[in-house]
Design a protein around this ligand. Structure first.
Ligand SMILES: [Zn+2]
Ligand SMILES: [Zn+2]
Length: 320
């Protein structure tokens, strides 16, 4: 309701602005579209902006972000999260410092959410699976049409990841700020053993990966290749490494993950002779909705709203 009133005020203000503004102002800057009807999506492959109806866009996101073989309630939870993520960006007229001006979102999961068009899904799945999967995802989206997640009356930023490995993380332990609805919760049904991975690096490779870091540049001499030590100097509330002293040089676990291409910060290691071997558990940053956990909950009879209430603390599921 507050959002609707807010939008009405915004619409009135913009109408007045258009009325009084010189005609030379580019239309893009003053345009207001009916909220939630269309998404302007920047497609990286072609470098173009496509305008797609919201619910159709959400189908393409769910199909790209979650295996369509997952249980129906997990797909519905993903649909509501994807819609909320999208509307948050459409309503505020795109993101700050938008790398693709004129768009609301793009299709690169590192900037935004992954998205596949129908044709791309046909190519990915093949014709047979396409008919089964596309309509399954489409039904998950239409059964939750218009539903979004709010906290204190505001659309939340419904971050999600593949697998937390048993317990999700507090936002503040992974990023800079605590967010009240992104709190660590148990994830009892996330038992995907395929998401345990081992990766080995020689001391030289480890040093090279970390050397470009500003904090390490001056101290890189201390990262000698012999007698490398790794000591956890700070842990997150869930016990993941948060900061590690690499031969005495402090490195954030998130930086180590990024630099070494590890699947998550939930890792252990083993140092032998001239190399170090990392074992990671889960996949992704571990904050918010855990997709494999959602699958497990759905397999054990939870509904999509049970799943969303579990991973996003203190939220409401409302009709937008
Ligand atoms: Zn992008
Ligand atoms: Zn999990």
């Amino acid at each position: 309701m507050r959002l609707k009133v807010g939008f009405l005020l915004l619409a009135t203000a913009v109408t007045l602005a258009v009325w009084f503004y010189p005609k030379s102002v580019p239309r893009e800057e003053i345009e207001v579209r009916p909220v939630g009807e269309q998404v302007r999506l920047y497609r990286h492959a072609g470098g173009i902006i496509e305008t797609i109806p919201l619910e159709e866009y959400v189908v393409g996101v769910v199909a790209a972000e979650m295996p369509a073989s997952f249980p129906f309630e997990a797909l519905k939870a993903q649909a509501v999260a994807a819609r909320t993520y999208t509307l948050r960006r459409v309503v505020s007229h795109g993101v700050e410092n938008n790398p693709h001006p004129g768009s609301d979102l793009c299709d690169d999961p590192r900037h935004s959410q992954a998205y596949y068009s129908r044709q791309e899904l046909k190519n990915t799945w093949g014709a047979l699976k396409y008919y089964r999967y596309y309509y399954k995802v489409k039904q998950a989206v239409s059964e939750t049409a218009g539903l979004v997640i709010t906290h204190n009356g505001q659309l939340i930023d419904p971050v999600y990841h593949a697998s937390c490995g048993g317990r999700t993380e507090n936002a503040g332990d992974v990023w800079k700020f605590d967010i009240p609805y992104l709190k660590s919760v148990a994830c009892p049904y996330d038992e995907n053993t395929r998401l345990i991975e081992q990766k080995s690096f020689t001391f030289v490779e480890l040093k090279q990966a970390l050397a470009p870091r500003e904090a390490l540049a001056s101290a890189s001499g201390r990262l000698n290749t012999e007698g490398l030590t790794l000591i956890v100097t700070d842990k997150t509330a869930t016990g993941r490494p948060k900061e590690i002293a690499v031969s005495g040089v402090p490195v954030a676990a998130t930086t180590l993950r990024e630099r070494l291409g590890l699947k998550s910060t939930k890792f252990t290691w083993d140092i032998r002779e001239d190399h170090v071997s990392f074992t990671t558990f889960g996949y992704g940053h571990g904050v918010g909705l855990c997709q494999y956990g959602a699958k497990g909950m759905a397999d054990h009879g939870s509904s999509f709203d049970d799943i969303l209430h579990h991973y996003y603390t203190g939220v409401r599921i409302v009709n937008y």
